[in-house]
Design a protein around this ligand. Structure first.
Ligand code: SF4
Length: 558
């Protein structure tokens, strides 16, 4: 289809109004205002969510270091901090009991940190950014990264009003081309534009190990008084995850009666039935969790992937016309499972670099490389480097990981192994007939009887995520070869998509044209944009692309 597209020129295009993108816009506006010698650049800050914070989902215990550097008087200005951490404990779970780990090293301690709702925090940051005169275009989704002669020149926004076959409807509005001197990708984990950058600019990842992801599944609960105190933080390891797989749970008390509970599951799993949602539901049946949730009510649900391999999986941060910030650059401390402070710091460093570019009227690749140099000398790099081997040390299972993790504390993060090479997560998945031989376990689908009180099926949970997509649009889950799904994958892997997706987007249903056979049925309107399918589909035939802007989950207090 030949489409004439409007060209919208701007100076700086920021994709994603999460902590990194908002910090960048805020800091740059403040630097320009304080300096007074350069004109305020045109900054176009876009986000695919219906409003700032709609797609912001996180654990979340925040290390305040980044926010304090960005806005030193953040408390006086009313930053929404739910509670300061007052107690912090880790428990090892087996099926019936919970054993408190007696000693928590300071590297894992949350002293001085805050429990936050990332949704509320980003909404508040958005207000600070708008008060600086920067407009935020919520509901505007970037469909494609434009690269000309190895230079990133901007983004094409998504077409609105296409039908399921890709034909224009009466309300069709073609996406625009936003042309920018620099495009900054702050689109969160495994963003579709970032993926396009990595595929088309191979030097960005030539020195990086593949990323290792977790899928985190989470609910916010209202609980009766007396169960927990605001600021209490619990982490769990062990059950229901097998010892040779990566994962753990959390309980964060946002107030005396509101808790965030969740479970993060490694995607480098041999199990083709790996189901993060089901594991989380099982976790809630444990007496330790039940004692907190008993008599409570589940209010909200969400899921997202987490880039967990840390420093060695980070890409190069700059290219001609391009900067990468926050989760788009894999900036997450895997030891603490925290990235908000690093995302904010990356936004600050990107802003300082772009301020230099403005002053010198020079946005060349060399000038943008100042961002990498800033990172290399920053506390963010130091923190990420110290935790560089943490995730990899769990390759031999939970006990080996705890042992190696402890040794890393005493030798600057090196431990017994350094730079352990890994494969992309999907390559760890076993075929049905390999699983028993490789793991020594029978392949059994984990099950929970959903009681709709403490445990919920995926559709009930999706309803609590506020997810909305217009049904009549081009599917944003693109399957390159359905034949692989309906035949080869069924035989070899048993269609893992029906298990790993935490929103029941993929189902195998009877195929009327082939009696006795099943076919894949997609319900993209359920999708909560976690990207698990794009990461872990064993044939890599699923591609997640952006749906129409303003759609997807609508997270509240998450
Ligand atoms: Fe996540 Fe993919 Fe399921 Fe959407 S379809 S919820 S991105 S796994």
């Amino acid at each position: 289809m030949d489409i004439e597209r409007e060209i919208l020129p701007t100076d700086i295009l920021i994709v994603g109004a999460g902590p990194a993108g908002l910090a960048l816009a805020y800091k740059l506006a403040k630097l320009v205002e304080a300096d007074g010698s350069v004109e305020m650049p045109e900054i176009l800050l876009m986000d695919k969510g219906a409003h700032v914070g709609a797609h912001s989902l996180s654990g979340a215990v925040m290390d305040p270091r980044g926010l304090a550097e960005l806005i030193p008087d953040y408390k006086e200005l009313g930053a929404p901090l739910e509670a300061e951490v007052i107690a912090d404990a880790m428990y090892y779970l087996n099926k019936q009991s919970a054993i408190r780990i007696p000693f928590l090293p300071k590297e894992l301690s949350n002293e001085g940190n805050y429990i936050v709702s990332l949704n509320k925090l980003t909404a508040w940051l958005g207000e600070q950014v708008e008060a600086c005169g920067v407009d935020i275009y919520a509901g505007l989704a970037g469909y494609d990264l434009i690269i000309k002669d190895d230079r990133v020149t901007g983004v094409q926004t998504v077409d609105m009003g296409l039908n399921k076959e890709g034909e224009p409807r009466s309300n069709f509005e073609p996406g625009s081309i936003i042309e920018a001197k620099v495009t900054v990708l702050c689109e969160g984990v495994h963003g579709s534009l970032t993926r396009r950058a990595f595929e088309n600019i191979p030097c960005l990842r030539e020195d990086s190990l593949p990323q290792a992801y977790l899928t985190g599944v989470k609910e916010v609960w209202q609980v009766p008084e007396g169960r927990i105190k605001a600021g209490q933080v619990y982490h769990t390891i062990g059950w229901p995850q097998p010892h040779d797989e990566y994962g753990g749970g959390w309980v964060y008390a946002m107030s005396d009666t509101m808790v965030s509970v969740g479970y993060a599951v490694g995607l480098a799993s041999p199990d083709p039935m790996n189901d993060p949602h089901m594991k989380f539901q099982r976790l809630k049946t444990h007496p330790f969790m039940r004692a907190i949730l008993e008599g409570g009510e589940m209010l909200h649900y969400g899921a997202k992937t987490i880039p967990d391999n840390g420093f060695y999986s980070m890409p190069k941060l700059t290219h001609d016309g391009l900067l990468l910030c926050g989760d788009s650059a894999g900036m997450l401390n895997p030891q603490k499972l925290k990235g908000i402070h690093l995302a904010i710091k990356s936004g600050i460093m990107a802003a300082e670099t772009l301020f230099d570019c403005l002053k010198n009227d020079n946005f060349s690749a060399d000038a943008l490389a100042g961002y990498q140099q800033r990172f290399d000398q920053s506390w963010a790099r130091e923190e990420l480097y110290k935790t560089r081997n943490f995730h990899a040390s769990f390759k031999g299972g939970l006990l080996a990981g705890l042992f190696h993790g402890a040794t890393q504390v005493f030798c600057g993060g090196r431990g017994f192994f350094d730079h352990r090479v890994n494969k992309p997560d999907y390559k760890y998945m076993c075929k049905l007939d390999e699983y028993g031989r490789m793991t020594g376990r029978d392949l059994v689908k984990e099950k929970v009887k959903f009681d709709n009180k403490y445990t919920f099926d995926k559709l009930t949970d999706v309803y609590k995520s506020g997810t909305m997509h217009e049904e009549e649009q081009l599917p944003h889950l693109v399957i390159a070869d359905l034949d692989i799904c309906n035949n080869q994958c069924t035989e070899e892997y048993g269609n893992p998509c029906q298990h790993f997706c935490p929103a029941q987007v993929y189902e195998m249903v009877d195929d009327d044209s082939r009696p006795g056979k099943k076919k894949l049925q997609l319900t993209p309107s359920n999708c909560i944009h976690c990207k698990t399918c794009d990461i872990v589909d064993p044939y890599q035939v699923i591609r997640w692309v952006v749906p129409q802007g303003g759609e997807g989950p609508n997270y509240e207090t998450m």
